[in-house]
Design a protein around this ligand. Structure first.
Ligand code: HEM
Length: 135
C-alpha cells in the first residue's frame, strides 16, 4: 500500500466526517423542531469546523512531507481554499458563540444563527468542489 495515498485517504475520512458534522449539525438544529438539542448540535458543529481546519492543514503537511513543498495552487484554487478557511473560522466562532450565549438568545436569533451556520457549510462545500477540480 502506498503510504502517501493511505495518509491522504485517512485524513480525507476525518475531513469528510467534519463536512457532514457542520452541515448536518446545523440542519438538525435549524429544522429539528423546538426539541432539537441545540447545545449538543453546537458542540458537533464546533468540533466539525475544528476537524476541517486541522485535517485541511494536514493535507498540506502530507504534501510537504512527501514533496518538500506545499501544493502549487493558483487562481480559482487559491480563492476556493481561502473561502473554505474563512468559512471554517467564521463557523467555529459562530458555534462557540452559540454555546456561550444561546441561553440568552430569543428563538428567532437562534434560528438566524443556524441559518448562517448552514450557509457557511454550503459555501465551504461549494468551494471544496472548485478546489478539487482547479488544483
Ligand atoms: C481550513 C479549512 C480547510 C482546508 C485547509 C481544506 C483543505 C482541503 C484540501 C487540501 C482538500 C483536498 C483537495 C483536492 O482534492 O485536491 C480538501 C478536500 C475537501 N474538503 Fe476541505 N478544507 C478546509 C475546509 C473544508 C470545509 C469547511 C469543508 C466542508 C464543510 C470541506 C470539504 C471538503 C470536501 C468535501 C473535500 C473533498 C473534495 C473532493 O475530493 O471532491 N473542507 N480540503
Amino acid at each position: 500500500v502506498d503510504g502517501q495515498n493511505l495518509s491522504y485517504a485517512l485524513v480525507q475520512v476525518v475531513h469528510n466526517a467534519g463536512a457532514v458534522s457542520v452541515a448536518g449539525g446545523a440542519a438538525f438544529a435549524r429544522w429539528g423542531g423546538r426539541d432539537a438539542p441545540t447545545r449538543r448540535a453546537a458542540f458537533i458543529v464546533l468540533f466539525g469546523w475544528a476537524a476541517q481546519a486541522l485535517s485541511g492543514a494536514t493535507f498540506g503537511a502530507i504534501s510537504y512531507a512527501y514533496y518538500g513543498q506545499l501544493p502549487d495552487l493558483h487562481g480559482i484554487a487559491v480563492a476556493a481554499l481561502v473561502v473554505k478557511m474563512v468559512c471554517a473560522a467564521c463557523g467555529f466562532s459562530l458555534a462557540a458563540a452559540c454555546l456561550v450565549r444561546q441561553g440568552h438568545w430569543p428563538d428567532a436569533r437562534r434560528g438566524h444563527v443556524w441559518d448562517l451556520s448552514l450557509g457557511l457549510a454550503a459555501v465551504a462545500l461549494i468551494a471544496a468542489a472548485f478546489l478539487r477540480w482547479f488544483s
